[in-house]
Design a protein around this ligand. Structure first.
Ligand code: 13P
Length: 336
């Protein structure tokens, strides 16, 4: 493991004003997204959508890295270059989702565990050969009646740490993503409590498995009210709760925290990221606080594209505008 290089890549991914585009939807998820705009999902439509995003001129000003899905890492742009090469050429770092999605956790009603550790060492070596410089694994924690259980948090933390150790061995920066879902009508305090427990256990597992914190990025949820809650907390409360929760649980050696958008609307995700960065600059925080958004960056341009070649330039402009606003928020300089 080359920790100096891992740390350098991690810092590049959270460079000033920049963050990550998560374009690593599995085929199932991407199919749902394409169906939502009336487009059939096949290898070609998925490629066309990713190409549109990856070749948007000027995106590198706001986007430091892109997380790809296995299929995309192997696909080519119209000009014959691999899509990952097109990214590298424009100064954007390609990464790869390496987990094999969530599956029901045995004996735990309504909770899931992420699979994909078998054969991971060989897959990481292959991905590195295909140009990936960082990796991602998502564990999912659900809030509900009597959950999350310690059992669910523990097994997911253990898997995240195993994945992170293997990634560092392969000189890929692991993005460690323990996502506490915003599904439900719970209040912000329940999210705080579940997130605190989850992060605590995740960092215990990372430490016990020898993962070097200087060479990872954390990709968590913000501390939010549930999506269906009555009086959802506003941005200032979200920022305060998020920073307080992370101060308790995330060691200062971690170079950066890149939030997922997690089903927030793109405006909500921008306003909350902005409030978090404003609070960090007035109260101090030891980590860079940036983004690794999927829906938060793609929802509006996807609609503008609608699957039509004629709309590519328009959709790219919409994407660049969303990326610019998110970049402003990442600096704490967003004005609605
Ligand atoms: P969202 O920002 O849409 O939550 O996606 C980020 C991601 O990569 C989830 O794993």
């Amino acid at each position: 493991m080359n920790l100096t290089q891992l740390n350098k890549t991690a810092l590049e991914l959270v460079a000033d004003g920049k963050g990550i585009l998560a374009a690593d939807e599995s085929t199932g998820t991407m199919t749902r997204r394409l169906q939502s705009i009336g487009v059939e999902s096949n290898e070609e439509t998925r490629r066309a959508w990713r190409q549109l995003l990856f070749t948007a001129e000027g995106a590198g000003e706001y986007i430091s890295g892109v997380i790809l899905y296995d299929e995309t890492l192997r696909q080519k742009a119209d000009d014959g270059r691999r899509l990952a090469e097109a990214l590298t050429h424009s100064g954007v770092i390609p990464g790869i989702k390496v987990d094999k999605s969530t599956h029901p956790l045995a004996g735990a009603h309504g909770e899931v565990v992420t699979e994909g550790l078998d054969g991971l060492r060989a897959r990481l070596a292959e991905y590195s050969g295909l140009g990936a410089r960082f990796a991602k694994w998502r564990g999912v924690i659900t809030i509900g009646n009597d959950i999350p259980s310690d059992y669910c948090i523990d097994v997911n933390a253990h898997a995240l740490a195993r994945y992170a150790a293997l990634s560092q061995e392969a000189d890929l920066v692991p993005i460690v993503e323990p996502e506490v879902l915003m599904d439900g009508d719970h209040d912000i305090d329940s999210c705080f409590e579940a997130t605190e427990r989850t992060l605590r256990r995740t960092f215990e597992a990372l430490a016990s498995q020898g993962v070097a914190l200087e060479g990872i990025l954390l990709k968590p949820n913000m501390v939010l009210s549930g999506k269906g809650a009555q009086d959802r907390a506003g941005a200032d409360q979200v920022a305060e709760a998020t920073i307080n929760c992370f101060r308790r649980t995330v060691p200062a050696a971690v170079p950066g925290i890149v939030f997922l958008s997690g089903g927030q609307g793109d405006e909500e995700a921008t306003v909350n990221l902005d409030a978090i960065n404003k609070r960090a600059s007035s109260h101090g925080a030891p980590w860079e606080l940036s983004f690794s958004y999927g829906r938060g960056l793609q929802a509006t341009p996807l609609k503008a594209w609608g699957g039509s070649r004629a709309n590519v330039s328009k959709a790219q402009a919409v994407y660049l505008e969303r990326a610019r606003l998110t970049s402003d928020a990442r600096r704490g300089e967003y004005t609605p």
